[in-house]
Design a protein around this ligand. Sequence first.
Ligand SMILES: NC(=O)c1ccc[n+]([C@@H]2O[C@H](COP(=O)([O-])OP(=O)(O)OC[C@H]3O[C@@H](n4cnc5c(N)ncnc54)[C@H](OP(=O)(O)O)[C@@H]3O)[C@@H](O)[C@H]2O)c1
Length: 258
Amino acid sequence: MDKVFGYAVITGASRGLGRELALELARRGHPTLLVSSTEAVHAVRKEIVSHYPVDCQSFVVNLADEDKTRSWAEKIAGEYPVNILVNNVGTGGSRAFETADMDYLLRIIHLNILCTTILTKSLIDNLRRNTPAHILNIGSMAGFTPTAWKTVYPASKSFVHAFTKGLREELKGTGVSVTLAAPGAMATSPEIMQRIEKQGFFGRATLKSTPDIARRYVDGMLRGKRQVILNPLSYLLIKLIPERLRIPLLSRIVKREL
Ligand SMILES: NC(=O)c1ccc[n+]([C@@H]2O[C@H](COP(=O)([O-])OP(=O)(O)OC[C@H]3O[C@@H](n4cnc5c(N)ncnc54)[C@H](OP(=O)(O)O)[C@@H]3O)[C@@H](O)[C@H]2O)c1
C-alpha cells in the first residue's frame, strides 16, 4: 500500500488504459475520481468499491467540450484534495487529412490538447497544496515522430510531450512531479486491435498487456520519473533513424491501416 494524501483524478477511466490505471491506483490504496463521457464509468466505480477499501466517485462529462471540462475540473478542485492527476483521455486514428471529417480532427485536438491543459491548469493549485503530488500525462510513441495518414494525432501528442517536459521543469522543487508516459500499441479496443493487425509484424511485435503497462506507469509516476518508455526498441529506432527516412517508412506502415 502507498502512503496516500489525496484523491487521484483519472480521465477516460471507463475502459482501456484509463480503467487499468484506476484499478491499479485503487489496488494501492488511492481514493479515485473517475471521469468519462458515458455511464460505463459507473461500472468501473462499482468494480473498485466492491474490491478495494477506498473511496471512488465517478462522473459523466464530455471532455471534448471545453466549458463542461472547465466547470467539472473547477468543481473537483473545490471539493476534493487531489494529489494525483492522470491525463489519460485521448483519441486518434488513421485517416487521410484531406477526406477526414472536421469533427474527427477537432475531437483529437479537444481531448488530447485542450482537455490536458484545462485539467492541469484547474487542478494545479490543489496539487500544490497536497504534496507530494504527481501528474502523469499519457502521450504516445507517435508523439516522437510525424506520420502521414495520422498527421494531427502525432502533432497533438508532441504537444503533450513538450507540455509535460516544460511543466516538469517549472514545477521543480514544488513537490509536484510531472511524468510522461509514451505508449506504443495497446490492444485496448477491437478497432485498435484491427489496426495493429494491419500493421503486420511491426504492430504485433510492439504490443504489450494493458494491466502490466498501467502498473509500470503508476510505478514511474510515483517515483517521479521524467518519462516512462516501455518500448525501448521502437524508441531507439525513432531516435536513430533520420527523419527524412523515418517519416516515409512509418507512413508506409500506417497506410496499411486505411
Ligand atoms: N491504444 C493504443 O494503442 C494507444 C497507443 C498510444 C497512446 N495511446 C493513448 O493512451 C490513452 C488511452 O488510450 P486507450 O486506447 O485506452 O483509449 P480508449 O480505449 O479509446 O478509451 C478512451 C477513454 O476515454 C473516454 N472518452 C472518450 N471520449 C471522451 C469524451 N469526449 N469525454 C470523456 N471521456 C471520453 C472513453 O470513455 P467513454 O467512451 O465512456 O467516454 C474511455 O474511457 C490515450 O491518450 C491514447 O491516445 C493509446
